[in-house]
Write a protein that binds this ligand. Structure first.
Ligand SMILES: Nc1ncnc2c1ncn2[C@@H]1O[C@H](COP(=O)(O)OP(=O)(O)OP(=O)(O)O)[C@@H](O)[C@H]1O
Length: 331
């Protein structure tokens, strides 16, 4: 189907039962998820999980074996002015080394029928106006990432798809990227960024789509990944405090080093219970989720290793969140 209209603000990405096989190898396996406008979504998975292949299918660069990937309800090939709907940066290194960053953008703008005045505006926006007059071959990884971002934004698209945009950025660059993407999502744009590290995008994304072996493992709000709020408390008599907390209706499990793992995020209440029980509090803090461990738990679970199309077990539910939708749930 071909339409003349450019989708308006609030453009959703929908991936439904998307599958890609290379010969007998299944790189993407009946993958279904959606990406909402006005939010930054992290597309996460270990190396080789199928992220780039999925993004390439979304951008019409790889033909799916089965399933659909749409942007604003249309396949990429059906968009009449794709650069104005979706901007993408799949590889930060894909620039002609002898051409300046500015010339690179001018060629892209010319080809897409975009006013070349936007070139300098975008270079200014991503913070490389001076470097853009130098040859891209001499760019650092961070500069290439910024140039890729400027290229993606040329057509002022509603949707931004960035493959590993934080790769090669220093902490300052990552912070800059976070604020920049936040600014764009604040304008109602749909932002999808891939990463092989949950921690790298933890503070950047609102939502996550986590895949392993081409399959969906988890989709939801980043905040929900942390699960139930917990507190860590340390006192002189952990058993006595556990009993006092239990009497107050709060569950507490013994943890290492005489600490208690308390099933509440209400630190003041824990402190009050300890005070009432006459127990000194030597430490009291929110429990921090170990995101690295969580990511491994999610992506290395044996339940996600089976690539057979007919033998897929349900994703493993984790504390405090819902498991990824099963095939029956998305149909
Ligand atoms: N054209 C191809 N032919 C054969 N296999 C391919 C092809 N493209 C990708 N693959 C394989 O599909 C799997 C998924 O690759 P993909 O690049 O999508 O993963 P990824 O999640 O983006 O990984 P990374 O984080 O390392 O970039 C990998 O095992 C890869 O080797």
């Amino acid at each position: 189907m071909t339409t003349t209209a450019v989708p308006q603000q609030g453009t959703r990405i929908e991936v439904h039962e998307l599958t890609k096989r290379f010969g007998s190898f299944t790189a993407v396996d009946r993958l279904s998820f959606s990406v909402e406008p006005g939010r930054i979504t992290g597309f996460l998975g270990p190396n080789g999980a199928g992220k780039t292949t999925t993004l390439r299918m979304l951008l019409g660069l790889v033909r799916p074996t089965a399933g659909t990937a749409t942007i604003g309800g249309q396949r990429y090939h059906d968009l009449t002015a794709p650069q104005r709907v979706v901007g993408s940066a799949l590889e930060a290194t894909n620039f002609h080394p002898g051409r300046t960053g500015r010339d690179h953008l001018r060629v892209l703008a010319d080809t897409a029928g975009i006013d070349t005045r936007r070139v300098d505006e975008m270079l200014e926006l991503v913070g490389i106006p001076a470097a853009a007059r130098k040859r891209a071959g001499g760019y650092s990884m961070g500069m290439r990432q910024r140039l890729g971002l400027a290229a993606a934004l040329l057509g002022d698209p509603q949707v931004l798809i960035l493959d590993e945009p934080a790769n090669g950025l220093d902490p300052e660059g990552i912070r800059w990227l976070r604020l920049f993407l936040r600014h764009l999502s604040g304008q109602g744009k749909t932002v999808l960024i891939s990463s092989h590290m949950l921690q790298e995008v933890e503070q950047t994304v609102d939502d996550v789509v986590i895949i392993a072996n081409g399959r969906l493992v988890r989709q939801g709000a980043m905040a929900d990944l942390h699960g139930e709020k917990r507190a860590v408390v340390r006192t002189t008599d952990a058993a006595a405090l556990a009993r006092a907390l239990s009497s107050a209706g709060i569950t507490a499990d013994p943890a290492t080093d005489g600490q208690l793992d308390v099933h509440t995020g209400d630190l003041a209440r824990v402190g009050d219970v300890a005070l009432a029980a006459g127990l000194p509090v030597h430490e009291l803090r929110q429990h921090q989720t170990d995101l690295e461990a969580l990511f491994f738990q999610l992506t290395e679970d044996p339940a996600n290793r089976n690539r057979n199309l007919d033998g897929s077990p349900d994703p493993v539910p984790l504390p405090g969140g819902t498991p990824a939708p099963t095939e029956s749930a998305v149909r």
